[in-house]
Design a protein around this ligand. Structure first.
Ligand SMILES: Nc1ncnc2c1ncn2[C@@H]1O[C@H](COP(=O)(O)OP(=O)(O)OP(=O)(O)O)[C@@H](O)[C@H]1O
Ligand SMILES: [Mg+2]
Length: 467
């Protein structure tokens, strides 16, 4: 069996027996082989290391006292070399101290001599099962990282790269994070990635949509509630969402929607680190990492008296503002490509990319629904399109319609600068003229170099491009 072959499933294991007592080693191998395991034996720690380096084992059963290198040294080496290999130590009768030492070095268990074959098999099965569980947990973790971690987030623009760098730095702390940004910008995704990168990731991640729960139910939902008459058998306390998140992360989505009385109660919970369920006098300690999201500027909510300032400061230890997608045009092509991959995989289509005209529409549109709207637009294109790549006609009509009269209004609302306006206007004219840059530059009364600069393209291409 070679190291490249898959590790055997639990039940059948690959076992290396290390013992200078050849009779005993042969006996162990026999017992294991009869039970269906693949077992072989070597007579020293040095030989064992060579075998482990050459092939893969699930379990190593080692004697502790051997001439030359001891079993304890072998255990220490194995833990470093491949922590996935389970080690069982065979100990002489009455040498509990070395057994303890072996366990400290990372042995999964010890088998005191003399032993019954059944005890040996039981110990091997137990460590195989534990190993299988560990690999399953590891597999789930890798899968969750790919799906929910920072690696799942597309970030090309400088502002998103900085935000993710900040998020990575603070992920492992227990500090509260406030994520603000417009709808569909990626707030929830950021929150999930922070949890996923923290040491709390194996603990619960609980989302509370503060805006979606009716006020009357919100307190019980968050803090739990006492049910039934105290002192009767029906009496019990139903834990709330905060308690469910104990040890993990709680996401308070649309935190601005919390009514003021609930804000006061939440403030106390976060300050005292304990919850008191509604109708109960019992306090329950909770250990929480809080991430709050808001579409509104919470600071203005504070100024307007709709949000408690003390709670605001408690939530806003680390502030992250995710800009609207239109303010980070650099992210659009990469996001579109990512979504194209996703929907190709989901629908079985093989759309290769975006036509230049379609790509231009994507980067020129204002995306009021932000990343979510882009995601939907790409989904639509994959579903309705028939060509090898996405054409302008495959995109939602909104993207193809010039927004006309409201453009300047919108620019004023968004507080665009003159240079942002120049760029946005130039893109618009470019689309109108089918991507013809020469004509666009002429219409705008600027030279082509300036147009390339505005569009963020390299100047050299101005020489080669005659379009
Ligand atoms: N940087 C990104 N990379 C990849 N996908 C993203 C990114 N940002 C957002 N998305 C995707 O866009 C969609 C909307 O993101 P999300 O739900 O996180 O937005 P939100 O800010 O919480 O919106 P809302 O305020 O409406 O709840 C999700 O499907 C998410 O996976
Ligand atoms: Mg959200």
């Amino acid at each position: 069996m070679t190291a490249t072959e898959e590790r055997a499933s639990p039940g059948v294991g690959r076992v290396l027996v290390v013992d200078d007592d050849e009779g005993l080693a042969r006996f162990i191998v026999e017992v294991l082989t009869d039970a269906g395991h693949h077992a072989e034996a070597v007579s020293s720690a040095a030989l064992a290391r060579r075998r482990v380096e050459a092939t893969g084992y699930d379990v190593v059963i080692t004697d502790l006292r051997m001439p030359g290198e001891s079993g304890l040294d072998l255990i220490a080496w194995l833990r470093r070399y491949d922590p996935r290999v389970a080690v069982l130590a065979v100990t002489a009768y009455g040498s509990l101290e070395t057994a303890v030492q072996a366990m400290r070095l990372g042995a999964a268990d010890y088998i005191p001599k003399p032993f019954e074959p059944a005890a040996l098999l039981l110990a091997v099965d137990k460590s195989l099962r534990a190993g299988a569980m560990r690999s399953e947990i590891e597999r789930l973790r890798v899968e969750a990282d790919a799906r929910y971690g920072f690696d799942a987030m597309v970030a090309r623009s400088a502002v998103m790269r900085e935000l993710i760098a900040l998020a990575r730095r603070v992920a492992d702390s227990a500090s509260a994070v406030l994520i603000q940004g417009p709808s569909g910008a990626g707030k929830e995704m950021m929150a999930r990635a922070i949890h996923q990168a923290s040491r709390r990731r194996a603990r619960p991640y609980v989302e509370v949509d503060c805006g979606a729960i009716p006020d009357a139910l919100l307190e019980a939902e968050l803090f739990g509630e006492a049910l039934g008459v105290p002192g009767t058998p029906q009496h019990k306390v139903r834990p709330g969402r905060l308690q469910e998140a104990d040890g993990g992360t709680v996401l308070l989505d649309e935190v601005d929607a919390l009514p003021l009385p609930v804000q006061i109660k939440l403030l106390r919970v976060l300050r005292d680190r304990e919850v008191t369920p509604v109708g109960s006098t019992q306090r329950v300690a909770v250990d929480l990492r809080v991430i709050a999201c808001s579409n509104l500027d919470l600071r203005s909510a504070v100024a307007a008296g709709a949000f408690r300032e003390d709670l605001y400061f408690l939530l806003n230890v680390i502030e992250m503002a995710i800009p609207p997608l239109a303010d980070r045009v650099d992210d659009i092509p990469a996001l579109a490509e990512r979504f194209l991959e996703t929907f190709n995989a989901r629908t079985g289509r093989r759309v290769t990319g975006f036509s230049p005209a379609a790509a231009l529409l994507l980067t020129s549109y204002g995306w009021p629904g932000n990343v979510r709207e882009l995601q939907n637009a790409v989904e639509r294109a994959v579903v309705v399109g028939v060509g090898p790549e996405v054409a302008p006609d495959d995109l939602p009509p909104a993207l193809r319609q010039p927004r006309g009269h409201d453009f300047l209004d919108e620019a004023a609302v968004r507080g665009m600068t003159i240079s942002e306006l120049e760029v946005a206007y130039a893109r618009r004219v470019l689309i109108k003229n089918g991507g013809n840059k020469k004509k666009t530059a002429r219409l705008l009364g600027i030279d082509r170099r300036t147009l390339y600069r505005w569009l963020g393209e390299r100047e050299e291409s101005a020489e080669s491009d005659e379009g």
